[in-house]
Design a protein around this ligand. Structure first.
Ligand code: SF4
Ligand code: SF4
Length: 226
């Protein structure tokens, strides 16, 4: 086994011991210029480690046509979990003599474009965890869209995974339930504005304190369950 492959396997075991449900490694050399990071800093990192944590099913079950307070709490707890997992993995990589940068699971730094330091879904897709669905979420064959993601950038020599070639196929399960009618036949037609306005409405109504919804997450439980 190559040194890169061996390193990848070790980090995968480490992340599984932390409780991560999904793990993959992306070659980020083609997308790192899009990161909202200092160019000199971003250019140090060739690999993006993508970790996912599965959502708890009964929390999702409570959602009907809007987010619930239980879901909002759960959403934040998953972000805490993922941020901590990213911190511990980064610290482990540093102890092994390499550099690692944990990217916050949910931190908006450009409010106008509603963007974080990077797009975790894009890194997750490159890392082979799933594909970008009609809902604009990352869809895993096993978990659907019912997970959250975090990324660790690193210069550690790691074997990169290959992106999946799957897509939503004939599934349309999330189109009708979307309260903003933002999800369309083609992902390119996804209506960002309508989705954002609906999230604003949920936030203004006081149901949740952040831009969360959960309806399209619920509608996408994985191909074996649709
Ligand atoms: S987050 Fe809510 S409003 Fe936005 S696409 Fe998903 S279901 Fe529709
Ligand atoms: S519910 Fe179906 S159509 Fe919507 S993102 Fe998931 S797999 Fe794709």
């Amino acid at each position: 086994m190559s040194r890169e492959k061996e390193n990848s396997e070790k980090l995968k075991r480490f992340s599984q011991d932390l409780g991560a449900s999904l793990f993959g490694i992306a070659d980020v050399t083609r997308i790192r210029k899009e990161f909202y990071l200092d160019k000199g800093l971003a250019s140090k990192f060739d690999r993006g480690i993508s970790m996912g944590k599965r959502l708890i099913v009964p929390v999702i079950d409570e959602i009907k046509d809007r987010p619930t307070q239980l879901y909002f709490h759960h959403y934040r707890q998953l972000n805490f979990f993922l941020d901590r997992a990213a911190l511990l993995l980064s610290s482990h990589i540093q102890e092994l003599g390499h550099q690692a940068l944990p990217i916050p699971a949910s931190q908006v730094i450009d409010w106008e474009k509603h963007r974080g330091h990077l797009c975790h879904r894009t890194v997750g897709a490159l890392a082979g965890l799933g594909w970008r669905g009609r809902s604009n979420l990352l869809v895993s064959p096993e978990l659907g869209a019912r997970f959250r993601l975090v990324t660790v950038l690193t210069d550690m020599p790691l074997a990169a995974d290959m992106p999946l070639e799957d897509d939503c196929g004939k599934c349309r399960a999330c189109l009708k339930p979307c309260p903003a009618q933002a999800i369309k036949e083609q992902r390119e037609d996804f209506d960002y504005r309508a989705c954002y306005d609906k999230l604003q409405e949920f936030k203004r109504s006081g149901i949740v304190g952040q831009h969360v919804c959960g309806v399209c997450v619920k509608a996408c439980p994985g191909f074996s369950k649709i």
